[in-house]
Structures are given as structure tokens and as C-alpha cells.
Design a protein around this ligand. Structure first.
Ligand SMILES: NC(=O)c1ccc[n+]([C@@H]2O[C@H](COP(=O)([O-])OP(=O)(O)OC[C@H]3O[C@@H](n4cnc5c(N)ncnc54)[C@H](OP(=O)(O)O)[C@@H]3O)[C@@H](O)[C@H]2O)c1
Length: 300
């Protein structure tokens, strides 16, 4: 039976460190601020915004919420982001997805100043990850360094969860299913930086099971409920399920068939309760690091 890799313990550890850092910054008169932008009232986005607000309250970060009507123009949104880029109270800017189709999501994300892009999804942040200019964060050597960009929260959370459970990465064959800009793509770059052998699968991949069966570490982020069944997993593999699906009866499931795969894998994340809690903790950590970096640069 697979070890259940839960995210709560790690998330609490990260939040504890963030709380300490916000208190230290507070002693220097610095209040850490995170701006969260939402367009319309998508229920999943509203739920995520509320979860972020609660988490901020627990660690001493001031949230600044900006909810725009669904008909907001691109220029209005870009102006709001530019104002937040210049706002000294704000150390992180997060735009919640999905945005209405008519808004160019990449233009919106790329408008966030890289040093405030705490979700790490702007072109500069992703480019610096690909160019291995920000990967020192993956090796825990960020202390005392001013960050110019941040690693995306969910994939970085996956790496931190594996580290927390002492799963070796170097030299292992990692299979990532999903190549989105938010999860699969940056996650594969992170594994490469950590010297894993990486295969990336997507919708056009032929014979998915033949590839996933080769994985020492299998990470799945597709949003397809129960895509991964037991015969697709190598005995003893470590399996990380990033997917979240809400079934018609309201049940939350992942991309991996937990009941089946737990009989084959050596370690497996549950959904909910695996990667999810770590994602918000990483967002808070990136925000406080942004504040620390700014104060470091100011020489406080
Ligand atoms: N736990 C968390 O904190 C967290 C954070 C973010 C996202 N998520 C969840 O993670 C999942 C993925 O999110 P996302 O933003 O990456 O989604 P996305 O942008 O829709 O990307 C899905 C990826 O999966 C691939 N895919 C879809 N069906 C597939 C199939 N049958 N076989 C192989 N590959 C397939 C797609 O391939 P193509 O590129 O070929 O279309 C695409 O690359 C969602 O369930 C989301 O809710 C969780």
C-alpha cells in the first residue's frame, strides 16, 4: 500500500516560516501586501480568492482584492496592474484564471512586473526558469539573495513535496503528463534543472501507458478525472496527482485513480489534500520573499 503524501504538514511548515518573516519585516515597519485580481465571479476563482485571503490573515500578509466586472476592458485591467506595480504596499500581484476569452491572458500576465510576479507565470519568470537563471530557488540557496523573479507556485510545490518526503530526483526518469504553461511545462523544466531524465506527455501522445509505465516519478496535470489507472504505473513508482476535477455529484477527484494506484505505487498524493495545500503556501512564500528582496535592495 502506497504512502499517502499529504501536503498539509509541509504547507503548515512553510506558513510558519512566512509568519516569522512577516513579523520580522513588521518590526522594520514593512507590511507585506498581496494584490489578487479577479474578473467576473467564476465560483472556482472566488473560492480560491477566499482561500488566499484566509491564508494571508493567518501569516500576517495584507491582501488587496480587486474584483472587476466581466465586461472590464483590457486597458482598464492593464492600467490596474501598472498601478499595482508602482504601489509600494504591494509585493505580489496575482491574476486569477480563467479570464474572459476576449481578454488576452498572456498580455495581462506579462504586464505584472517580474519582481511582483509571485505566481511566476509571466514570460520573464518562465524564461528565467528555462534559462536556469532562477533555478537556485530549487536548490534552497535563496537565503540573502534578492529575487528578480519567482518559480510558479504549483510546480514548485510539487518539487517541495517530493523533497519533504525525501524522494530522490537526480537521475530518475520523471514522466510529466500535461504541458500547460501553468503546470506541466514549468514542472518539466524544474525536473530537468534537478538532473532528472524527463518525458513530457500530452493529448497527442501515442500509447500513454507505455510511457507512464517507465516513470520512477509520475506527475499528472491534465484535469481528466481518473486518466491514470493501475496498469499504467510501474510498481514502486512515486505518483503525484496535480489534477482537480469536480464530478457532477460534487465529489472532488484527481487525474489518478487513487484506489487502484495505491496498490502499485510506493507513494501517492491524495486529491484533495496533496499538492493543493502546498500551492497557496508557495504563493505566500513567494510574496514574503518579494518583500524581503525589496527591503534588501533598499538596504533596510
Ligand atoms: N493542485 C493545484 O494547486 C493546481 C494548480 C493548478 C492546476 N491544477 C489542476 O491541474 C489540472 C491541469 O491544469 P492546467 O492548468 O495544466 O490545465 P490545462 O491548461 O487544461 O492543460 C492540461 C494539459 O493536459 C493535457 N491533456 C489533456 N488531456 C489529456 C489526455 N487525455 N492525455 C494526455 N494529456 C492530456 C493537455 O494536452 P495538450 O497540451 O495537448 O492539450 C494539456 O497539456 C487541472 O485539473 C487543474 O485544476 C491544480
Amino acid at each position: 500500500m502506497a504512502v499517502r503524501m499529504q501536503g498539509k504538514g509541509l504547507a503548515e511548515e512553510i506558513k510558519q516560516a512566512v509568519r516569522q518573516a512577516t513579523q520580522e519585516l513588521g518590526a522594520h515597519g514593512v507590511s507585506v501586501g498581496l494584490a489578487v485580481l479577479q474578473v467576473g465571479e467564476n465560483p472556482a476563482s472566488s473560492q480560491y480568492r477566499n482561500a488566499i485571503k484566509r491564508a494571508c490573515a493567518k501569516v500576517g500578509i495584507q491582501p488587496y482584492e480587486h474584483v472587476f466586472p466581466p465586461q472590464v476592458s483590457l486597458n482598464e485591467l492593464l492600467n490596474a496592474i501598472r498601478a499595482l506595480n508602482a504601489d509600494e504596499r504591494v509585493h505580489g500581484v496575482l491574476v486569477l484564471f480563467p479570464l474572459p476569452q476576449r481578454l488576452d491572458a498572456r498580455r495581462v500576465v506579462n504586464a505584472i512586473a517580474p519582481e511582483k510576479d509571485v505566481d511566476g507565470l509571466g514570460a520573464i519568470s518562465i524564461g528565467r526558469l528555462a534559462a536556469e537563471e532562477s533555478t537556485y530557488q530549487l536548490f534552497g540557496t535563496s537565503q540573502g539573495r534578492a529575487a528578480r523573479s519567482f518559480l510558479p507556485c504549483t510546480p514548485f510545490g510539487v518539487i517541495r513535496l517530493l523533497e519533504h518526503y525525501r524522494v530522490p530526483i537526480r537521475g530518475r526518469h520523471v514522466v510529466v503528463v500535461g504541458k500547460s504553461l501553468a503546470v506541466g511545462r514549468p514542472l518539466s523544466l524544474m525536473f530537468l534543472a534537478r538532473e532528472a531524465t524527463v518525458s513530457v506527455c500530452h493529448r497527442e501522445t501515442q500509447n500513454l501507458g507505455a510511457i507512464t509505465r517507465q516513470a520512477d516519478i509520475l506527475c499528472v496535470a491534465t484535469g481528466v478525472s481518473h486518466l491514470i489507472r493501475a496498469p499504467m504505473v510501474k510498481p514502486g513508482a512515486v505518483v503525484v496527482d496535480i489534477g482537480i476535477s469536480i464530478l457532477p455529484d460534487g465529489t472532488v477527484t484527481g487525474d489518478v485513480h487513487y484506489q487502484e494506484v495505491q496498490e502499485v505505487a510506493s507513494m501517492l498524493t491524495p486529491v484533495p489534500g496533496g499538492v493543493g495545500p502546498v500551492t497557496i503556501a508557495m504563493l505566500l512564500e513567494n510574496t514574503v520573499r518579494s518583500a524581503q528582496s525589496r527591503e534588501l535592495l533598499k538596504g533596510v
